[in-house]
Design a protein around this ligand. Sequence first.
Ligand SMILES: Cc1cc2nc3c(=O)[nH]c(=O)nc-3n(C[C@H](O)[C@H](O)[C@H](O)COP(=O)(O)OP(=O)(O)OC[C@H]3O[C@@H](n4cnc5c(N)ncnc54)[C@H](O)[C@@H]3O)c2cc1C
Length: 601
Amino acid sequence: MTRAADGTPPPSGPPPAHVDVVVVGCGPVGLVTAGLLGAGGVSTLVVERNATTSDEAKAISVDDESLRTLQRARLDGCVYPILQPGTGTRYFGADSRLLVHAKGRRPQLLGHPFKSSFAQPAFERALAGAVSQLPSVDVRFSTELVDFCADTLGVRCRLRLADGSHAELASSFLVGCDGARSFVRTHLGIRMQGRSFDDVWLVADTVRDTHRERYAMHFGDPVRPRVVVPGRDGRCRYELKLRPDEVPPEGEPPVTLAVDLIRRYRAIEARDIERCTAYRFHALVAERWQQGRVLLAGDAAHLMPPFAGQGLNSGIRDADNLSWKLRAVLAGRASPTLLDTYEPERRPHAEAMVRLSVRLGEVMMTSARRRALARDTAVRLANLLPVSRRFLAESRYRPAACFAEGFVVPPAPGVRPAAARLVGRMLPQPRVLSAAGVVGLLDDVLGEGFALVSVGCGDEVPAALARSSLSHLGCRQVAVALDDTMPAAMPPDVPGASDAPATAPGTAGAADVDGRLQEEFAPLRGTVLLVRPDRYVAAAWPATSASDVASGADAVAASLARFLVGSPDGFETAHAGEAGGGPGALTSILPHGYGFWKAFL
Ligand SMILES: Cc1cc2nc3c(=O)[nH]c(=O)nc-3n(C[C@H](O)[C@H](O)[C@H](O)COP(=O)(O)OP(=O)(O)OC[C@H]3O[C@@H](n4cnc5c(N)ncnc54)[C@H](O)[C@@H]3O)c2cc1C
């Protein structure tokens, strides 16, 4: 059966013979990748071997960064209705008393709640419905990738269709978002590194729950470590660590066990269990995430225990990082070597999230009574100090992504310290007033591509930037007005940020609405920022005069030239000898060698 997950008519006919990108897997990471590619008009085929999106008891929380990504892919509108926005986590000690009430940063830094709860099946359905509507995206269920081979010129895929027949197609890139047991990864012979845990967890989603709580609750009770996450409409997630004698035999549905265990915390019958399963968790990272034109994202690239709620969120970060690079390369604006920055930028942060998830599990979910008591004492002592209390309450232990290498330019001397600290990090997203008088979020003013953001700079700066060597990036220029001033008037060809197409370059302005823009951007006064499409700051330089602006822009352009000014053969040079595909690769369907590829590309 091939049909869209939301019941819309399925794409008919055989898959196309050629697309820009094949995305393997219709899980959350594949769908967001396709959504971001589709928002840029990239022809994308998403293949999913199952007949629908999944109905498994998996992720239950999405963070502010992921929601910002969905905002830019224009997918936030379909997701917000299924969220319980603005939650956090309460951690309880061995004696069931509250240890930490972790809310994240307030007010919101990135324009969305720090944490929101949801059910992954509903999230996937909402995303699949919206992504299927994108004109350049073709979503195919009951369609499995069964073989592929890749060389420096392209990828050739073999698909098994719903009726058992096979189809072949060529693409410029293949993105394996195909989960923990990734076919793409194993076909390339890429191993996972790290460790797996023996503990077995029972995970159940229930309905008709009468809770009034809104926050997730992690109970560090060594007798029964557990996580309880209230959801919308009387739904609730229970994750309970099983004792070895409770572990159900392989394949046995643990519904009766779930009822038995959850009964200790609420009245429950078997019909209240919506879905339930038993998991062993892993802390694994793929030894490499790219082989030529084939890339891995999401669980295919990294697996972590769920205690930090970051597996899916890390996958969405991968999708965001990768998709603007693919878009730039496919549009001919960047050299394919830009894709080589994907893994160096993403891996350190994904590894940090794996470590955090493991640590949280070891500390909060320990079955060792002494360890639990030592933890509770240490946390209660830490709570006595305002600085450590704030660290815990604002969840600052969750590491923020910061790129030390990749598509970033180390700040030159003379850059304000606050601006230097922002390089390689995500730009805050306050609510702003645009020059057209519209109140919205900053990214809506920045548009979809690169942005040159000048903060509290003189009127000569936009013209100097327009003449600079960065102008060929097609950046939108955004002047941020400080000190209760209004953004400069729009030039006649760009009537206002709200009216201009999100992809249009030109200029726009942003002013303060509620004090947040002033607070976050005043320390950057007199600085120009080069902001990437994923809203990370690639570079910052001082703009005290028109000549500073121009020389700073030229230095940044020179640093990034290796990514932006690629020869048409850039990929072949960078990835010579890296053709992908396992022993069963489709060499038999390459009748004319490289000439065959060229016909497709
Ligand atoms: C109990 C639990 C709780 C969790 N809680 C959280 C949380 O709160 N927050 C969070 O961020 N993360 C959480 N996670 C992790 C999160 O669920 C995963 O990280 C997320 O599902 C990964 O998404 P994905 O798209 O990479 O992979 P998947 O969701 O596994 O999707 C992969 C898809 O690829 C398809 N596929 C595989 N091979 C092929 C092929 N050859 N051809 C076609 N299709 C194929 C599969 O059928 C599947 O649909 C949790 C996980 C668990 C188990």
